[in-house]
Design a protein around this ligand. Structure first.
Ligand SMILES: Nc1ncnc2c1ncn2[C@@H]1O[C@H](COP(=O)(O)OP(=O)(O)O)[C@@H](O)[C@H]1O
Ligand SMILES: [Mg+2]
Length: 257
C-alpha cells in the first residue's frame, strides 16, 4: 500500500512538472507567433512604402535635372509632395490595422480613387507600351477606407504592369453595380498565372519574381496578401481568373451599404 501511495505522489509530481512545461511552451509559442506577425507586418509596411518611394525619387530627379523648365519642375515637386503625404497616410492606415483599429469607412467616388492611384504610380504607361482602359461610371461611389482600397488597386495595377513586361498590352479597370454589391475588375493581357500557382498567390511571401524575370526585381510576395486582408476587412471578396500566356483578371466584390 505505501508503495502505491509513493507511486501516486511521484506521478502527481510528474503531471505538475509537465503542466508547467506545457505552460512555458505555450507562452513561448504565443511570443513566437507575435514575432512572426510583427515580421509580416514590417515586411508589408516596407513593401507598401517602397511602392510610393520609388516614383518619389524619380520625380525629385526630374526636378533636379531640369532646373530651367519651371513648369516641369513645379509638376515634379507637386507630385513629390503628394506622394510623401500618401506615404505617411499609408503608414498610419497600416498601423491602425495592426492595432486592430478600424480606420474610417467613407463614401468615395470610385473614379477619383482610381485616378489618384495612377497619378501616384507616376509611371508613363505608354513607355511600357501599356494602354490603360478605365470603364468606371463617373457617379459610382463605394464605401471604403480610401487609402486602404487605393493600396489594393495600386498593388493589382503594379502586378498587371509587371506581368505585361516587356511586350506591353492593355490594363483595364471596370466597375459595375449589382443589386447588393459593387464589382471592380482589374484585368491585364500579360503573362498569366500557371494553374498550379493560382491557389498560392494570395499567401504571404509567395512570389514568382526573380531579378531575371521580366519584372526585373525580386518579388516580396506581399502585395496580394495585403490585398486580401484589406478586402476581407471590408467584408468583400477578391478572386482571380487567369490563362497562362493570355492574361489575368482580379475580381473584387464589395457589399453596397
Ligand atoms: N496580374 C498578374 N499577372 C501574372 N501573375 C500575377 C499577377 N498578379 C500576381 N501574380 C502572381 O502572384 C504572385 C504574388 O503577387 P504579389 O503578392 O503581388 O507579390 P510580388 O508581386 O512581390 O511577387 C506574383 O509573383 C505572380 O506570380
Ligand atoms: Mg506585387
Amino acid at each position: 500500500m505505501p508503495e502505491l501511495i509513493e507511486k501516486r505522489k511521484s506521478l502527481n509530481k510528474q503531471v505538475k512538472f509537465q503542466d508547467l512545461q506545457n505552460k512555458a511552451l505555450k507562452a513561448k509559442l504565443t511570443k513566437l507567433q507575435a514575432m512572426a506577425n510583427l515580421g509580416k507586418v514590417s515586411a508589408i509596411v516596407a513593401h507598401e512604402i517602397n511602392n510610393i518611394l520609388m516614383p518619389l525619387g524619380n520625380y525629385a530627379q526630374v526636378a533636379l535635372n531640369n532646373p530651367d523648365d519651371k513648369e516641369l519642375t513645379t509638376k515634379a515637386l507637386q507630385k513629390t509632395i503628394k506622394n510623401s503625404a500618401r506615404a505617411s497616410e499609408i503608414l498610419e492606415s497600416i498601423m491602425a490595422m495592426v492595432n486592430g483599429e478600424t480606420a474610417e469607412v467613407r463614401k468615395c467616388r470610385l473614379l477619383n480613387l482610381v485616378n489618384e492611384v495612377f497619378s501616384c504610380i507616376g509611371r508613363d504607361l505608354s513607355k511600357d507600351k501599356i494602354k490603360l482602359l478605365l470603364d468606371i461610371p463617373e457617379d459610382m461611389s463605394i464605401d471604403v477606407v480610401p487609402v486602404q482600397f487605393q493600396q489594393v488597386i495600386m498593388n493589382l495595377a503594379l502586378n498587371a504592369i509587371e506581368a505585361m513586361k516587356p511586350i506591353g498590352g492593355t490594363l483595364s479597370l471596370k466597375a459595375a453595380a449589382g443589386s447588393d454589391e459593387i464589382e471592380v475588375r482589374v484585368a491585364d493581357t500579360g503573362c498569366g498565372i500557371e494553374q498550379e500557382n493560382l491557389e498560392k498567390i494570395f499567401r504571404p511571401f509567395f512570389t514568382t519574381k526573380t531579378v531575371d524575370s521580366p519584372a526585373g526585381r525580386t518579388g516580396s510576395g506581399l502585395g496580394l496578401a495585403f490585398c486580401i486582408e484589406i478586402i476581407e476587412a471590408h467584408n468583400g471578396s477578391i478572386t482571380v481568373q487567369s490563362q497562362p500566356g493570355k492574361g489575368t483578371e482580379f475580381i473584387i466584390e464589395l457589399p453596397k451599404k
